[in-house]
Design a protein around this ligand. Structure first.
Ligand code: TRP
Length: 360
């Protein structure tokens, strides 16, 4: 298969992304960020450093921030659906606890199942892509391999188009993503372009959104070899207690050399624990290593537990506060849904007009 890192599309996306980052700094009011997650469980440090931190910093720059909770997408790769409502609530609590702020008048969180006008856009969008294109999507292929589905459903092939509806319904023009989501953003750009060409050839109707590639390296889990993820049991959850953190860290693999050094190539597991401390306390990994030195792996692990507890304390305090405020999460979602519907119904109405479907 084509190496995504070196492909022409990737290099072009990367260039566009760098230019975009500079433009956002200059005039944040021109940009509307649309991003999202599937409600499959609570979030961990990998999510924090991979996307949440970046969302908060975009929010602080003054862009509009729409966060879609992609609940319909859960059905594409999971048979179970019993925890969707609870996971949606957990997701909102995680967002709020890290500083996503729906009180600023520019930040909105909504589950797409509650925005019918958004979902309706899926139908015309589906006519702008071929089955072959849907089947070629490398991220979808990987997800099919990894899914716990008893049988692959059509929703699995179609969800990237649904994601396009998430973005275009609220006219998002910036989508902060990791590399795995790039094929979906490319598809969204293709659909926007084809829509414009077919239905509105004189003036572009949809703006082609740009991917904003995340700058952070993806964090390895405590095993040091796989990406941090809840299902691999190698993650530090944002809401983990000290005991839970200590237990996970205790099981982390190191090596048999006593003296702690930062050598990512030769000692990947030790290096990963050092990097985890480093992203949380802001010191270079080399400095942390030389401070620990001959105190060895036990001291390294103790430091990691301590650093994680210190780092997560303010986040968890905030979370408790929101957890205890009755009806707050629900009201955040209701406001988000209201705003998303306002945008999506405008988009749908205009879309029907250019497709010659208005009533005469
Ligand atoms: N597919 C994304 C994921 O699995 C979630 C998502 C849904 C999304 N709609 C989106 C991300 C729109 C960015 C933009 O993580």
């Amino acid at each position: 298969m084509e190496d995504l890192n070196l492909s022409k599309t990737f290099l072009e996306s990367q260039k566009r992304s760098e230019k975009l980052a500079r433009e956002i700094d200059l005039s944040p009011d021109k940009f509307r960020v649309l991003t999202g997650d599937r409600p499959t469980g609570s979030l961990h440090l990998g999510h924090y450093f991979g996307s949440l931190k970046n969302r908060v910093s975009l929010q602080e720059k003054g862009v509009d921030l729409f966060i879609v909770i992609a609940d319909y997408q859960v059905l594409t790769d999971h048979d179970e659906f019993d925890k969707i409502a609870q996971n949606t609530r957990e997701l909102v609590l995680d967002y709020l606890s890290v500083g996503i702020n729906p009180e600023n008048g520019r930040t909105f969180i909504f589950p797409h199942s509650h925005v019918p006008e958004l979902n309706q856009l899926l139908i015309p969008f589906l006519t702008l892509v071929s089955n072959a294109e849907l089947e070629r999507n490398p991220t979808v292929k990987e997800e099919i391999q990894a899914s716990d589905l008893s049988a692959v459903n059509a929703g699995m092939f179609v969800y990237p188009v649904h994601q396009c509806a998430d973005i275009l319904a609220v006219r998002g023009n910036v989508v902060p993503v990791g590399k795995d989501q790039l094929p979906h953003i490319e598809m969204t750009r293709t659909i926007a372009r084809r829509f414009n060409k077919k239905f509105s050839p004189k003036a572009p109707f949809f703006e082609e959104p740009c991917a904003l590639l995340s700058q952070t390296v993806s964090l390895m889990g405590l095993d040091g070899v796989q990406k941090m993820s809840k299902s691999r049991n190698n993650a530090i959850m944002l809401k983990a207690t000290r005991d839970e953190i200590a237990q996970k860290v205790k099981k982390a693999t190191t090596d048999c050399e006593r003296f702690i050094t930062y050598e990512p190539e030769r000692r990947p597991q030790v290096a990963n624990l050092l990097r985890l401390i480093s992203v949380m306390d802001g010191r270079p990994a080399e400095q942390i290593a030389s401070q620990i030195g001959e105190a060895g792996a036990k001291a390294l692990k103790e430091m990691l537990v301590e650093t994680a507890c210190d780092f997560l304390r303010p986040i968890q305090e905030k979370r408790k506060m929101y957890e205890q405020e009755p009806g707050y999460v629900r009201s955040v979602l209701q406001k988000g849904i209201e705003r998303a519907r306002e945008e999506a119904s405008k988009t749908l109405e205009r879309t029907l007009r250019v497709m010659n479907m208005e009533l005469l």
